[in-house]
Design a protein around this ligand. Structure first.
Ligand SMILES: O=C[C@H](O)COP(=O)(O)O
Length: 251
């Protein structure tokens, strides 16, 4: 049975004092919670702080991006090995903000996915359509293309050590959550598509939903059969909201 995973994506937010309070509250609120996974993906400068604060808890941590290169003259970039130095378990790849603002295309995202996996990190591969794409009826085609960029290059087995996050771009930070039925339909499409290549990989694949998840809508979303937790942006900055979401993912 798949265990749900709730991961916070702090994006470019935080500060040492604010993080301390947030991490302490999350650790306290998650003490003794079993039957689900919890993680936070923090900005690079705070990885050491996350590691120090979380190392004795069941909460994992990770980064929001990585370089596709191992090392070298890539000013400003951070490698998978560097993330491992700080105990990261997860790294986001292909978040829609990386794709849209920093021009990361499917091929680059696939290389980042590979770099993460080769180093032993678990990539959280983000996929999802824009509002325009949804309105033009190409949601499934977009998501399929984004998945194929990885499975076409590395095989479907690559997804056995990865997480997929379905994040409709129109629902990110907008307060407009996809309805549980809308999200479930895309999650079922993703799982069904993977199942045509490997039923075992599809059955074991954790597919998170992301886009304006809050304490008040998490249980309904997580109650859908193919939604295995969430990737949480804004609400992960508020300990009580984030904890409410985590608790909604408990079995
Ligand atoms: O990575 C998280 C997503 O971009 C969702 O962000 P949000 O929860 O603020 O809508």
């Amino acid at each position: 049975m798949r265990e749900k995973l709730v991961a916070g994506n702090w994006k470019m937010n935080g500060g040492l004092a604010q993080n301390k309070a947030l991490l302490e509250a999350v650790v306290a609120g998650m003490a003794g919670v079993q039957g689900m996974g919890c993680a936070v993906c923090v900005p690079y400068p705070y990885l050491f702080q996350a590691q120090s604060s979380l190392k004795d808890s069941a909460i994992a941590w990770g980064a929001q991006n990585l370089s596709q290169h191992d090392k070298g003259a890539f000013t400003g970039e951070v490698s998978a090995a560097m993330l491992l130095d700080f105990g990261c378990k997860y790294v986001l790849v292909g978040h829609s903000e990386r794709r849209a603002i920093y021009g990361e295309d499917d091929a680059t995202v696939a290389l980042k996915f590979e770099a993460a996996q080769k180093a032993g990190l678990t990539p959280i591969l983000c996929v999802g359509e824009s509002l325009e794409e949804r309105e033009s009826g190409v949601t499934e085609a977009v998501v399929a293309r984004q998945l194929d960029a990885v499975t076409g290059k590395f095989g479907v087995a690559a997804l056995s050590k990865a997480v997929v996050a379905y994040e409709p771009v129109w629902a990110i930070g907008t307060g407009k959550t996809a309805s549980p039925e809308q999200a479930q339909a895309v999650h079922a499409f993703i799982r069904g598509k993977i199942a045509t290549q490997s039923k075992a990989v599809a059955d074991g694949l954790v597919i998170q939903y992301g886009g304006s998840v809050k304490g008040s809508n998490a249980a309904e979303l997580f109650g859908m059969p193919d939604i295995d937790g969430g990737l949480i942006g804004g609400a992960s900055l508020d300990a009580q909201e984030f904890l409410a979401i985590c608790h909604a993912a408990k079995r």
